[in-house]
Design a protein around this ligand. Structure first.
Ligand SMILES: C[S@@+](CC[C@H](N)C(=O)[O-])C[C@H]1O[C@@H](n2cnc3c(N)ncnc32)[C@H](O)[C@@H]1O
Length: 264
């Protein structure tokens, strides 16, 4: 059995479409499952899937790399805090708008969504703030809803931001005042409907898993999701393709912060 046949089998038997993931990423993750069973061919792996249907779940988990932490890539968060948020707030104040809507897409276990909530907390009295944290992986979302983290999740958090976490017995628990600001829900970027009227989309370290066409579709959908003047932040290893360049204006290209261009 070759790779396309195995992919077709996964689609037909489980409705999971691996074609959207880049071949190199998919092959690397699949190889970890072959190694786990000490097999070396896709035929042998197909037999394992037949004998043990739980293996499908294990393969999905292998495809869902959900490493994350608070304020991951501190210099990007510095720009979000010092440049982007003040700009957004002034824009809203100038128009008398009273609501801020943020979407952390592919939020994994929630640290990114809580990081932006921490930065927006000082404005929460002036603005009604909605933060949506979404992911296709339900297990990560359960942990996000719990909001309890180990020290390794703290990453580059500054002491003033860490004060929104309660520390006890080696665990860090997000305080209720921040937890209340975020709503977590399951959402597949390749299949589900997108939110509308969003002011800021954080979608970091997610697009890398997708093929070019899927990345383009996701970025184009984001453009539709954003309000006029809305922001989009991607991961530092990610970039937008030529086709999307007209639709987004770089605010800080190196940090992958973009604003929706006018007339789009
Ligand atoms: C490396 S984590 C990124 C977490 C966070 N955004 C960050 O940068 O730290 C990638 C996340 O993308 C999610 N993901 C992968 N494919 C997805 C899809 N089709 N729709 C929604 N989320 C997806 C994974 O489940 C995983 O939690």
């Amino acid at each position: 059995m070759d790779l396309p046949t195995l992919k077709k089998k996964l689609l037909e038997e489980r409705g999971f479409d691996p074609h959207q993931y880049s071949d190199s990423f998919f092959k690397r993750r699949l190889a970890t499952r072959l190694r786990a069973h000490a097999v070396s061919t896709y035929d042998d792996y197909a037999l394992i899937l037949k004998k043990d249907p739980d293996e499908y779940d294990k393969l999905w988990s292998a495809l869902t790399i959900n490493v994350t932490r608070f304020f991951r890539d501190a210099i990007v968060w510095e720009a979000i805090e010092k440049k982007m948020i003040p700009e957004l707030i002034s824009y809203k104040e100038a128009r008398g708008e009273k609501c801020i809507r943020v979407w952390s897409a592919g939020c994994s276990t929630g640290e990114e969504a809580y990081s932006i909530a921490i930065l927006l907390k000082p404005f929460a009295e002036e603005f009604t703030t909605f933060i949506y944290g979404t992911d296709r992986d339900a297990r990560g979302l359960d942990r996000a809803k719990e909001g309890v983290y180990g020290v390794s999740s703290l990453g580059e958090i500054k002491p003033k931001h860490a004060s929104y976490l309660e520390h006890s017995d080696g665990e860090y628990r997000i305080k209720d005042e921040i937890k209340r600001m975020v709503k977590f829900m399951k959402h597949d970027l390749l299949e589900d409907k997108y939110f509308k009227r969003i002011d800021l989309i954080l979608c970091r370290n997610v697009l890398i898993y997708f093929k070019k066409e899927a990345q383009e579709q996701v970025v184009s959908n984001f453009c539709e999701s954003l309000k006029e003047h809305g922001y989009m932040v991607l991961g530092r290893v990610e970039t937008i393709f030529v086709e999307a360049k007209e639709r987004f204006t770089p605010v800080d290209l190196g940090k992958r912060i973009y604003r929706k261009s006018e007339q789009h």
